[in-house]
Ligand binder design. Structure first.
Ligand SMILES: [Zn+2]
Length: 305
């Protein structure tokens, strides 16, 4: 049986793009008679709030996107993540990094396709004596191999990356003690029995890192399906910061069936943006209909808000 998940971050009200990703995860699981897990990804204490998590659950129910069980929220799982780090440490796979932001973002540093600097491995080469001299609290990085790690995405096709050359050793715990998203998501998905991950295409590039983490921790690799992103009429990615068509706004004007119809049309599932319930969509969902390319939300729809 397929087990999929919603894994929203309670850092604000869901926007149209978040609703789209949630609907796609729900459809992929429900159309296969699978099981859905909800997990609140509230690792970052500066950005996440419990009242947003409550609102998320309420918004998903309003949309008719139900779930079968809820996993423990990430903010409560520090001890579990510490154990995962220990597993990596025992294998000599992680090391402390004392680099400052300025050093990492130096103009001379090569940058990955997503704009983040590729880590050159500076602190990997420090001796024990050199580490003892440091006064700064370190971040922890995972060593990556100089080989290609690839996978076959259910929608985007084959994707691969040489982690050493295209990413560098990456952070699994920040210097302020917060566990990195990559570590938490991989450990939680495996512990909670998730076998299928459906999420936005912006996370396609972090999948090879997550597969490497799965290999280091001895965990199975799930299926992946990366859905297109929704773009504003000017071609900009929707974001919570810009308060792009958040669900508060959308709920004032639309019934859930109308909203799902617009999104299912954008996904390629419906020929016209006509009202449809989540249950009706699950019956006509067919993965081969899905479009791969990012989708611009029509000006007409946008102007109504
Ligand atoms: Zn460093």
């Amino acid at each position: 049986m397929v087990t999929g998940r919603f894994a929203p971050s309670p850092s604000g009200r869901m926007h149209l793009g978040n609703v789209f990703a949630a609907m796609m995860a729900w459809l992929s699981v429900r159309s296969a008679d699978g099981e859905l897990l909800l997990r609140i990804e509230d690792l970052d204490p500066d950005r996440c709030r419990p009242e947003y998590a409550a609102q998320l659950r309420e918004d998903l129910r309003w949309l008719g996107l139900d779930w079968d069980r809820e996993g423990q929220a990430q903010s409560l799982r520090g001890e579990f993540y510490r154990q995962q780090l220990e597993t990596l440490e025992r294998q000599g796979l992680i090391y402390p990094c004392y680099c400052t932001r300025g050093e990492l973002h130096a103009a001379s540093a090569p940058h990955a396709s997503d704009g983040t600097p590729i880590y050159a491995g500076t602190c990997r080469r420090l001796t024990e004596a050199e580490r003892r001299e440091k006064t700064k609290k370190p971040a922890w990085r995972l060593c990556v191999p100089d080989r290609v790690i690839g996978f076959d995405d259910l929608l985007q096709g084959h994707y691969e990356e040489n982690l050493r050359q295209e990413c560098g050793d990456f952070i699994v715990r920040r210097s302020d003690g917060v566990f990195a998203y990559q570590l938490a998501v991989v450990a939680d998905d495996a512990a909670m029995g998730v076998t299928q991950v459906v999420r936005g295409r912006d996370l396609l590039g972090s999948t090879p890192r997550q597969i490497w983490l799965q290999q280091c921790l001895g965990l199975p690799t799930s299926e992946y399906l990366h859905v297109p992103l929704l773009l504003s009429p000017e071609g900009r990615r929707l974001s919570k910061r810009d308060r792009d068509l958040d669900l508060g706004l959308l709920r004032q004007r639309l019934r859930p069936e109308e909203l799902l119809g617009v999104l299912a049309h954008a996904a390629g599932i419906l020929e016209k943006p006509e009202p449809v319930s989540a249950a009706e969509l699950a019956c006509c969902y067919d993965r081969t209909l899905l479009r791969r390319e990012d989708c611009v939300i029509s000006e007409i729809f946008y102007k109504n808000f």
